[in-house]
Design a protein around this ligand. Structure first.
Ligand code: SAH
Length: 248
């Protein structure tokens, strides 16, 4: 007996599109997404495509028409509900563009609920292109089969972040000058949490004092070595996902 091939195939392209998606909906793609499907993936009518909208989960769709500049898809059925996202934010000081891009990509893959870029006194970079950041996050989510995108906030100054900190959310402060061992600190706290990581040059003394004085803050150490900001962010998010997130 010939085995029925899995449908949709594992190799089916995945795309985030504006929602809400529904059974039978028609989705018209243009621009980069149409180019990707039509030219790069050489999609033909009948080919399977996985669509997500960050609202209603993940859907099987089929190409109904593939032109030079636009591709039309018909939504067939829902494959998965939108996933439950662990309630963990990454508050990362802005760092040089290529390194912050890496943080955006990896934090998305690791499954954070939100990414909040933070401006501190020693930040070399002070701007983030929101469209570019959204593209990086979306492509990372497509690649790793997330059905939810992390919320991407505008850059916020550290003092405003602290002032407006929501009640009940623990703020783990990655402090290269020391703190509680991160794994134990994460394990000891159930509930909403966030990680604050500094820029290339770290926090200055006044900032460190202000963060440490905040009632939600717990200073943590990521070990005896001074990590680059992106390494600190990525490794601490991974550690939180392994202790409190959804790696179980
Ligand atoms: N002050 C630094 C380097 C800062 S490292 C210097 O000597 O130039 C960038 C950021 O990564 C820090 O602000 C901190 O948030 C985090 N970080 C790096 N190593 C860390 C460690 N061992 N423990 C906790 N946080 C660390």
């Amino acid at each position: 007996m010939v085995a029925t091939p899995a449908w949709p195939p594992k190799s089916a392209p995945r795309l985030f599109v504006p929602g809400p998606l529904d059974d039978g909906a028609q989705v018209a793609l243009e621009g980069g997404q149409a180019h990707y499907l039509g030219k790069v993936m050489r999609a033909q009518p009948g080919d399977a495509v996985i669509l997500c909208d960050d609202l209603t989960g993940e859907w099987l769709a089929e190409v109904s028409a593939a032109g030079k500049r636009d591709v039309t898809l018909g939504v067939v059925r829902r494959l998965r509900e939108r996933e439950a996202v662990p309630d963990f934010w990454l508050c990362a000081a802005l760092i040089k563009k290529d390194r912050f891009d890496l943080v955006l990509e990896k934090a998305t893959e690791l499954g954070v609920a939100a990414i909040r870029p933070v401006l501190t006194r020693r930040c070399v970079a002070d701007k983030l292109n929101p469209e570019r950041a959204r593209t990086i996050v979306t492509e990372a989510a497509e690649q790793c089969a997330r059905t939810a995108l992390p919320a991407l906030a505008e850059p916020v100054k550290l003092d405003a972040l602290l002032r407006e900190w929501p009640e009940g959310r623990r703020l783990f402060f990655a402090d290269e000058e020391g703190g509680q061992p991160a794994a134990a600190a994460f394990a000891a706290h159930a509930g909403p949490a966030a990680l604050l990581v500094g820029p290339e040059g770290g926090f200055d003394d006044a900032e460190r004092a202000a963060v440490r004085a905040h009632p939600a803050a717990v200073a943590i150490t990521l070990g005896p070595r001074i990590l680059r900001a992106e390494t600190a962010a990525i490794s601490a998010v991974a550690l939180w996902m392994g202790t409190r997130g959804d790696w179980g």
